[in-house]
Design a protein around this ligand. Structure first.
Ligand SMILES: *Cc1c(COP(=O)(O)O)cnc(C)c1O
Length: 374
């Protein structure tokens, strides 16, 4: 049996006819840039999450950069973000010429720790970027309190959390602005690169639109130095079809996560992921922590199970960000040694999950190190 980390072919099978019809229309009308599917998707996505505005852009990293610039982040400013995230969160800050200020995560959920955010604030702090990691929303109430008392905007990194909610409110509507990515493997994924900024602030939405369109709202009138970051019409066609299925696909992810919890809770050496009370988790990734992780991962790969690590190196330990001289971050560093992302996607089958659980148990049973690193 083979178990991939994600199964995009199964997703595409469900939407193939709709996408074919939509693409024929794009090519018939040659509306490759800014075709009607783009604004239709923007409206549908905004409505589905409950934001006033959605601006489609080229990818999630651009979305972060644009959202940060739109809320006022400038060169030399500081932006606080968690150390356990995909590097794009920090790159977006660096591309503005601003400085990423890294903070550790909480051991229970691996989400940004609000107390450390508070301690990291300085007179130069211009934004806080919580990452809704692995499919659940960061602790927004505490972060909002910290941000409000310091008068600093929050920009959510919602790339892993399409459809996730906290106390009934959706990721992407909980800060001044939010960035999301529709990279193919995300919960809502395009057939290539795509992303979006969401906000309910008309000024922020307007600034993002202008910055993403070469700093102009009228052709050849350039108000600011912007960039070219557009949501491709072809990608919008795919995203519209998948957006309709997103609630059901997230439901299937939740069922698979529940099933993993049943299968794995009897295993004493596997630390299961936890959802914060009040959070509706969309399980972008199912991340357990195990001893002797590298050997366990290799054993699973040998069995045809494509598990992963998100992320093997905390940002301050990457060569790119070594110069920050940040750290130590004991929680993230320890987590990086134990984290293991098990295959989880909407079309994952029960038999595949049982196979994953059985092979994980076997790998741990034969590990010479088990028990030593806990
Ligand atoms: C995927 C991802 C991004 C970047 O998205 P791209 O579309 O690949 O640029 C940013 N932050 C997080 C947490 C992500 O998972």
């Amino acid at each position: 049996m083979r178990v991939p980390l994600v199964d995009l072919a199964a997703q595409h099978d469900e939407i193939a006819e709709e996408v074919d019809a939509g693409l024929r229309e794009v090519f018939r009308t040659t509306a490759f840039v800014g075709g009607p599917a783009v604004s239709q998707f923007e409206e549908e996505y905004a409505r589905q999450i409950g934001a006033r505005f959605c601006v489609g852009v080229a990818n999630g990293t651009d979305a972060l950069e644009l959202a940060l610039r739109a809320v006022g982040v400038t060169a030399g400013g500081e932006v606080v973000l968690p150390v356990n995230t995909f590097i794009a969160t920090a790159e977006a800050v660096s591309r503005i010429g601003a400085i990423p200020v890294l903070v550790d995560v909480d051991d229970e959920h691996l989400l940004i720790d609000p107390e450390q955010v508070e301690r990291a604030l300085t007179v130069r702090t211009q934004a806080i970027v919580p990452v809704h990691l692995f499919g659940q929303v960061a602790p927004m109430d505490q972060l909002a309190a910290v941000a409000a008392s310091a008068g600093i905007p929050i920009v959510e990194d919602a790339a892993q959390a399409q459809g996730a909610r906290q106390a009934g409110r959706s990721a992407g509507t909980l800060g001044r602005a939010a960035a999301t990515s529709f990279y193919p493997g995300k919960n809502l994924g395009a057939a290539g690169d795509a992303g979006a900024v969401t906000t309910s602030d008309p000024e922020v939405a307007d600034r993002v639109r202008v910055l993403a369109a070469h700093g102009s709202r009228t052709k050849y009138e350039h108000e600011v130095i912007g960039m070219n970051s557009r949501l491709d019409t072809v990608q919008a066609v795919v995203l519209r079809a998948k957006l309709k299925r997103l609630p059901e696909w997230n439901e299937r992810r939740r069922a698979a996560a529940d099933r993993y919890a049943e299968l794995l809770s009897p295993l004493p050496h596997v630390r299961l992921p936890k959802t914060v009370p009040g959070n509706e988790d969309v399980w972008h990734l199912y991340v357990v922590r195990v001893p002797d992780r590298d050997r366990v991962l290799a054993a699973l790969h040998a069995d045809g199970i494509v598990a992963g690590i998100h992320y093997p190196v905390p940002l301050h330990r990457t060569r790119a960000y070594a110069e920050l001289g940040a750290g130590p971050f004991p929680v993230a560093e320890r987590a990086a040694r134990g984290m293991l992302s098990l295959p989880l996607y909407p079309h994952l089958e029960e038999a595949q999950q049982e196979f994953v659980a059985a092979q994980l148990e076997a790998a741990l049973r034969t590990s010479p190190l088990v028990g030593a690193d806990r």
